[in-house]
Write a protein that binds this ligand. Structure first.
Ligand code: 13P
Ligand code: ZN
Length: 273
């Protein structure tokens, strides 16, 4: 089977294009990766080239050593993923220590995986461990309303979670574990990767102050839907704050406790102040 006909690659391309259509990927902004299943690698095995050179990841991720990932390329545009997948995205394989990678398909024209590869792979390693292997997608985007909030709200998990939850009842249903917030750090840095990996032990959403958001999920639809839900709620919050800054009425802590009871969610009381 050709790589671009495989279900995993098709799903990856569709998600990248959905993000582009939302306006979350100016120029080369944002990046996406997917940890492939063994059977997905097998069905395209004939198309993969294992004679390519090895490059350092810039992090050590033994928990996902030897695995194959689909990645967007650094400097490549989400806008072009659907038009020219072979140049815009690639498949990489990690070595058996989880310290180096080789490009086995795609990223033609001298491409490399995203500069955020340390954050992606450390997040995959964390989520694989804490989810029992079910999480496979890591998605980073630059949605404007979420970013805008990082200039005005205190950079605290409790405050972001509470303010976002309050905007739509589905928020606490979609991410009952809350949202983690990382203070501003250099994009692509090891420091940002370590902080993100830490946040993802508890959360599926990490907001990077003055930069963007990173989400983890089991499949393309649910990971995209998670990003979409947070950004939709952030859009409402920006509108509310822009109109008056004062909420005349809201979803209260007790409303959230009632919703949690009906939906059988366990919401941490630290968010329900
Ligand atoms: P890349 O082009 O290297 O993926 O970087 C884009 C980005 O959003 C960095 O955070
Ligand atoms: Zn970014």
């Amino acid at each position: 089977m050709s790589v671009t006909e495989s279900k995993a690659v098709k799903g990856f391309i569709t998600m990248a294009n959905d993000g582009w259509e939302q306006g979350w990927h100016e120029r080369n902004g944002g990046n996406l990766s997917y940890r492939m299943k063994d059977e997905e690698v097998k069905e395209i095995a004939n198309e993969l080239d294992h004679s390519t050179e090895w490059h350092p990841i810039g992090a050590s991720v033994p928990g996902v050593a030897g695995e194959y990932f689909i990645f967007t390329g650094t400097g490549r545009y989400f806008q072009n993923v659907i038009k020219n997948p072979e140049e815009s995205i690639g498949i990489i394989k990690l070595d058996d220590k989880g310290e180096n990678y080789q490009i086995v398909w795609g990223l033609t024209g001298g491409g490399r995986p995203t500069s955020e590869i340390p954050s992606h792979l450390m997040s995959h390693e964390t989520k694989k461990a804490v989810s029992g292997g079910t999480h496979r997608v890591i998605y980073h985007a630059h949605p404007a309303n979420t970013i805008a909030l990082t200039f005005v709200l205190p950079l605290k998990d409790e405050i972001f979670t509470r303010e976002i939850w309050e905007m739509m009842p589905e928020c606490s249903v979609v991410f009952p574990e809350g949202i983690g917030v990382a203070e501003w750090m250099v994009p692509g840095s090891h420091e940002l990767a370590v902080r993100t990996g830490e946040l993802l032990k508890t959360y599926n959403v990490a907001i990077w102050a003055h930069h963007g958001m990173l989400c983890s999920g089991e499949d393309f639809d649910s990971t995209f839907g998670l990003m979409h839900t947070v950004e939709k709620a952030a859009t409402i919050l920006v509108k509310v704050m822009s109109m008056t800054g004062i909420k005349r009425q809201t979803i209260t802590s007790d409303n959230m406790r009632a919703l949690a009871k009906d939906f059988k969610l366990s919401l941490d009381e630290k968010f329900l102040y």
